[in-house]
Each structure stands twice: as structure tokens, then as C-alpha cells.
Design a protein around this ligand. Structure first.
Ligand code: AMP
Length: 281
């Protein structure tokens, strides 16, 4: 697997593939790769002739008091893992390559409405940073297909809307959430957890499952949300939200809606913020 940092090198490789008629799949990441990321590579592998991963800790999607500086950067390890999964090319650009005028002066992509709630409400500007960097990466690479995790469900919806609204010629594929044996969704941020916090962390997924079960037994979702929030708070989390939304657009469902729902939780445990979701099938 080749690693390239600059745009000319990236384009040269992709141009070579295109001239041979190969399709190109893309998996954007912030690195510190785990089995969840690997599963995205595998999905892309199965659908396209060549697979590109990117590793870029994107400054514009972090708030001023978030973990940009301490976000784990493990390039050597990540390269080995990607090669093992059959990734063909790693794009690992510098910040100046992605933001030639500086991150503060970038042209910005704003996806309205869906970005105003949930993560967007708790992390102002986050989805502008995500949409902007993904749009830039799509322009640089021009992939046929890009894979995103259901774990970051709202991010997936934001990208889908951006692609449709800007007529970007990329197919977006959603990948299921990979979990540890105890149910905790794999995340690069899990390593911030202390031993005690790590033992408590699976409660997020347990709570989502209980939310689903209560709704399926006919409980009204507002009461289920309240019970979930207080359960997490009692256990020592600081919940940002534990809510039930429409799975298709993350809007607030009708009181008696039973189908097409999703549970979403974001909660802090010590200094670590965990997010997860579960579609209520
Ligand atoms: P990140 O490096 O955290 O920005 O994630 C890169 C991609 O991997 C995003 O599309 C995430 O949704 C996806 N991802 C992160 N964690 C998981 C997981 N546990 N299972 C599946 N996909 C994941």
C-alpha cells in the first residue's frame, strides 16, 4: 500500500487507475484505526476495484474546547492495518494541503436543518467542518463510492444530503456499527476511558436496547427518553441527549409513531464523550 501526502501524487495514482477502467472506493477517517474502520475498508473492497483511505484529523470539525490536540495520531500502526485489509492507497495530507488559505479562511459547506439538532446543537459548527472536509476530499479524489459508519448516524445523513443537494457524483454506503463483545461501539475515543469508565461504558448500548424494547411494548417515547436519561445520569454519565427520533430524517416523531424509529444517545463519562444509536427494527 502506498501512502501519499500531496494532491498531485494522489491524483496521479487515481488517474492511472481510471485509465485502466477501475472503480474507486473511499473511506475517510481521522486515523487511530480500529476494527470498525477496517470493516468499512472491507465493504469498499467488495464493491470497487481500488480502495483509498484517508487519515486526516480535521481541525474545523473540533470545537475550541474539544480534543483536537490530544486526538490519538498513530500513522505507522494505521498504515500496517490498512495494508492488511487490502487498502490500495492511503491519503494522509497536511492541514495546509486541505486548507490552502488556512482553516479559518476556508470556503465552508453548510448543510441546513439536519445539522441543527442533536450533535449539531451540542457541537456548534461541527457539521460545517465535516461537510467541508468531506466535500474537499471528494473533489480531490472523485471516488465512485464512499463508505461511512452508521455509528455516526447524523454525520451519514448530513453527507447524504450534501451529496444529493450538490449533485456530487458519489454513491454513499452506510456500514453497520462494530461493537466490542460487551456492546460498546468501537471508537478511537474509547481509549480515553479509565478502567472504571470502560466497565461502565457498555451501559450506553444497554440503554439503547432498553429504549427499543420499551417502545416495542407500547410505551410512549417521551417517557422512554426520560427513563433512559435518568438511568444514564444515575450511573454516573452526563447525558447530552437520549432521544427517539424518526430514522429517516432524525425529526421528532408523532406521539403514536411506532415504526421507523431510531434511538440516539450522547453522554459524557469523565472527559470522554460517547455517542451511539440503534435503529428500532
Ligand atoms: P472517524 O475516524 O472516527 O472519523 O471515523 C471514520 C469512519 O469510521 C466514519 O464513517 C465512522 O462512522 C466510522 N466508524 C467509526 N466507528 C465505527 C464503528 N464502531 N463501526 C463502524 N464504523 C465506524
Amino acid at each position: 500500500m502506498q501512502t501519499v501526502q500531496d494532491v498531485a501524487a494522489l491524483r496521479a495514482v487515481v488517474r492511472g487507475w481510471r485509465s485502466q477502467g477501475y472503480t474507486v472506493g473511499f473511506v475517510p477517517t481521522m486515523g487511530n484505526l480500529h476494527a470498525g474502520h477496517q470493516s468499512l475498508i472491507k465493504l469498499a473492497r467488495a464493491r470497487t476495484d481500488r480502495v483509498v483511505a484517508s487519515i486526516f484529523v480535521n481541525p474545523t470539525q473540533f470545537g475550541p474546547h474539544e480534543d483536537f490536540e490530544r486526538y490519538p495520531r498513530t500513522l505507522i500502526q494505521d498504515q500496517a492495518g490498512l495494508a492488511e485489509q487490502g487498502c490500495d492507497l492511503l491519503f494522509a495530507p497536511e492541514v495546509a494541503t486541505i486548507y490552502p488559505y488556512g482553516a479559518a479562511q476556508t470556503v465552508s459547506v453548510h448543510v441546513p436543518q439536519i445539522t441543527e439538532t442533536l450533535e449539531g446543537a451540542h457541537r456548534p459548527g461541527h457539521f460545517d467542518g465535516v461537510a467541508t472536509v468531506v466535500c474537499k476530499l471528494f473533489n480531490l479524489l472523485q471516488p465512485d463510492l464512499a463508505v461511512f459508519g452508521q455509528k455516526d448516524c447524523q454525520q451519514l445523513k448530513v453527507i447524504e444530503r450534501m451529496v444529493r443537494d450538490l449533485s456530487l457524483p458519489v454513491k454513499i454506503l452506510a456500514a453497520p456499527t462494530l461493537r466490542a463483545e460487551d456492546g460498546l461501539a468501537l471508537s478511537s475515543r474509547n481509549q480515553y476511558l479509565s478502567k472504571e469508565e470502560r466497565e461502565l461504558a457498555p451501559l450506553v448500548y444497554v440503554t439503547l436496547q432498553q429504549m427499543r424494547d420499551l417502545v416495542s411494548k407500547g410505551h410512549a417515547w417521551p417517557a422512554v427518553e426520560q427513563a433512559a436519561t435518568s438511568k444514564l445520569a444515575k450511573a454516573g454519565f452526563v447525558p447530552d441527549y437520549a432521544v427517539i427520533r424518526r430514522a429517516d430524517d432524525l425529526g421528532v416523531p408523532a406521539r403514536d409513531q411506532r415504526d421507523g424509529l431510531i434511538g440516539l444517545v450522547a453522554a459524557r463519562l469523565g472527559s470522554t464523550r460517547l455517542i451511539d444509536n440503534l435503529i428500532f427494527d
